[in-house]
Every structure is written in C-alpha cells, then in structure tokens.
Design a binder for this molecule. Structure first.
Ligand code: ASP
Ligand code: MG
Length: 303
C-alpha cells in the first residue's frame, strides 16, 4: 500500500517530451525520481506530431487521396523505434500485440473513410485516440523497467463528456466521481491518456487540440492533487516572446489571473482551459522544461 501521508502529484508530459525512444526513456527517469517522494499520476499527449498526422491522414483519406497511406506510414514509423527499444521481452510482446490491434484498426478505419470519402467529427475523434493510447502504453512499459508498478489508463473510461466531438465539454461531476473511484481502487502508477474522453454512451470524444493539459488539470483538481506539473519543451512562461525579445527569461512566479491574461496574448505554454480547474482548488501549477532540468520553470499559484 502507498503510505497515506505521501503527497499526490499529477505530472503531464507533452508530445515533444515523448518525441522518440530516447525521450520517453528520459521522461521515465523524471517520473521514477518524482515517485521517490510522492504518489504520482502521469498524463500524456501523443508522441510529437502524431495527432497532426492523424488529422492529416484522415483529411486526405476523406478526399479519396491515396497520399493518406504515406502519412499513415509515417505514423507507424514514429512508433517503430520506441516499440523496438522496449525493455523487457515479455512486456515488448504484450505491448506489440496491443499495438498491432490498434494499428490495424486505424488502417481499416482510414481505408473505410477513403471509400466513403467522408469523415464526421465523430469518426475523426475515434481515429485521434490512437496517439494517446499508444504513447501511454509505451511510457507505462518504460516505467515498469525502472521497477515501478505502472499501467496505461485509457481516460475514455473516466472522463465523461457531451457529444461535441472534436471539442467536447466535460461533465465535471461524473468525471470527478470516476476519477476518485478509480484512484481509490488502485496503487499502480497510472499513465493516463490526455485529450481523449467518451460520451455517456461510451463513444470516443476529444477535448480539443492541446487538451491533454486540461485532462491533467481535471485530475489535479478532482483527486485533488498537491501539485500539478506541466512538463513541456520550454523553460516556463517567458517574460516576452523570445523570437522578438532575445533576452526574454522564464518568469519564476505568476498568479492564475496573470497566466490567463498571457494565454490570451498567445503565450501558449499551457492550454488556457486548464487554468480554471487548478485555480478552483488552489492547486499550484508548475511549468517545467523536460529538456532543461536545471531550470526551475514557472510556478503559477494564487499569489
Ligand atoms: N495530442 C493532442 C494534440 O496534439 C493533445 C495534446 O497534445 O495535448 O492536440
Ligand atoms: Mg501537444
């Protein structure tokens, strides 16, 4: 049993942080270190570029353009290396078997779309789920190698939304209830798929592009967690746009309100919707750079 006094931390890793076998391994080390003194819940995006490629493959297929096959090939190739490098042999077989099923399903679905030359938002969401399902499975396997008891968790069983496919609204009450039930019943470190959810009928929905931050913020608010960490590829929220202002620096501290204001001006470090759940419960939100552990990042809190 996990000792009760351990704080609970939700760590979310974006697509760039999970962009290759080596990067997934690196994320595994960050999580293993964090698990030394807290109970950890991990939330992941798809591997970098995968969601955009899934959108592109679907668009081409719906136009009846065979070029969708090349994009599908790129999606499969992106996962080949991390799959090949999976640690233990037994794990590798299991993960590969699940991957095989999902990738065949993806292929069939895209083929179907290319035949009918049409794709609804409903069907697109089902296609998009592939990215997070695979990345969560890959990271869970890497964590098991470092001795952690970890499992991928399909958020479609937990996050309940309406039918607004492509940008669904979360039923906060049912979702909170499911989160609490699920996490009360397990001690295994859960690697939760960000971005994907389901309507009450169990059909796949998504929370809108970049929605993994929102999944993490909901978990942070509803469990509730002692802190929420968004791990990304920049040092934090910058004082200015670094492309325009060369000596821009990461702001050490911000209030929730300041972060919201900055998001409106295009500082897209965290998804603006994810600020609300964190603020509701006063959960401190840390923005950290996966590739620069020396930088303390930005802390967003009430004051
Ligand atoms: N994978 C999804 C996207 O690229 C969700 C996310 O990354 O937050 O939009
Ligand atoms: Mg992303």
């Amino acid at each position: 049993m996990t000792p009760l006094h351990l704080p609970l931390h939700v760590l979310k890793f974006g697509g760039t942080s999970l962009g290759s076998a080596e990067r997934i391994e690196h994320v595994g080390q960050i999580v293993a270190l964090a698990a030394g003194d807290a109970r950890i819940v991990v939330v992941v995006s798809a591997m970098g570029g995968v969601t955009s490629d899934l959108v592109e493959a679907t668009r081409l297929a719906a136009e009846g353009d065979e070029a969708y096959l090349a994009v599908l090939d790129r999606i499969i190739k992106a996962h080949d290396e991390p799959l090949a490098e999976l640690p233990s042999e037994q794990d590798r077989e299991q993960v590969r078997a699940a991957y095989q099923v999902w990738s065949e399903e993806l292929e069939d679905r895209l083929h179907g779309i290319s035949l009918v030359r049409e794709c609804t938002a409903r069907t697109l969401d089902t296609v998009l789920a592939f990215g997070e399902l695979v990345s969560s499975m890959l990271l869970a396997s890497v964590l098991r190698k470092s001795g952690l008891d970890a499992d991928a968790c399909d958020a479609r069983r937990l996050v309940v939304t309406d039918d607004a496919f492509g940008g669904a609204r979360v039923d906060r009450e049912s979702t909170a209830e499911r989160f609490r039930g699920h996490f009360a019943a397990t001690d295994t470190l859960q690697v939760v798929t960000g971005f994907i959810a389901a309507n009450p009928g169990g059909e796949t929905t998504t929370l809108g592009r970049g929605g993994s931050d929102y999944t993490a913020a909901l978990l942070g608010a509803d469990l509730p967690a002692d802190r929420l960490e968004i791990w990304t590829d920049v040092d934090g929220v910058m004082s200015a746009d670094p492309r325009l202002v060369p000596d821009a620096f990461p702001l050490p501290k911000l209030s929730y309100d300041e972060l919201m204001e900055l998001s409106h001006f295009g500082a897209k470090v965290v998804h603006p919707r994810s600020v609300h759940p964190a603020r509701e419960r006063g959960i401190p939100l840390f923005i950290r750079n996966t590739f620069n552990l020396d930088c303390e990042g930005t802390l967003v809190s009430e004051d």
